[in-house]
Write a protein that binds this ligand. Sequence first.
Ligand SMILES: CC(C)(COP(=O)(O)OP(=O)(O)OC[C@H]1O[C@@H](n2cnc3c(N)ncnc32)[C@H](O)[C@@H]1OP(=O)(O)O)[C@@H](O)C(=O)NCCC(=O)NCCS
Length: 181
Amino acid sequence: MLNGTFTPFPILTTERLTLRQLVINDEQEIFILRSDSEINKYLDRQISNTIDDARNFINKVNENINKSDSLYWAITLSDKNILVGTICLFGFSDENYKCEIGYELLPSFQGQGIMKEAVEKVIDYAFNMIKVKKIEAFLHKDNQSSIKLLEKFSFRNLNEPDKINPDSICYHLTNTIDNLK
Ligand SMILES: CC(C)(COP(=O)(O)OP(=O)(O)OC[C@H]1O[C@@H](n2cnc3c(N)ncnc32)[C@H](O)[C@@H]1OP(=O)(O)O)[C@@H](O)C(=O)NCCC(=O)NCCS
């Protein structure tokens, strides 16, 4: 059984970042993240058309956290307290000891190693606190920046074509330490 209780919300910190829960005040940044055409180029998801959509999204995310269905962090720069992106864990499977990861950064904060720093912390949390054995990432086959990021952490391409969406590929990372004992 996974250790999947997310209250109190797990705030994570790294050298430059604080990963905290979303609040309604984040609606402007969430709206940009979920409407910007560059960020959403390879993402197969419902975009936000209005600030209301972004606010509803934040409420939904926090409901899911309360139900322990998923974890969704705002990535903030600790010294400036500004939201630069998000990172999430979802699709938890008690049966298979696995979950999925997703992430996004505002374009002006890309190319600085911010997501690498956030992903490292979240992988550590997933393996050592939630006790998943495997993390999966589904992405568009042309999403090179995401592929590059995943490969830095030794995620491997499953190389199994998705019958429903042939543009989708699956990368996965297995915990090498048996932490289920
Ligand atoms: C995927 C995504 C988060 C990657 O962002 P990113 O900023 O390229 O990722 P990283 O944090 O790993 O940064 C890496 C870059 O920062 C550079 N960098 C600068 N300072 C650095 C530092 N201190 N440490 C590490 N890297 C640093 C690296 O050289 C690298 O640049 P390069 O790609 O030109 O080689 C971003 O492209 C994005 O938000 N895409 C849209 C959403 C999306 O597709 N999400 C994926 C869904 S599966």
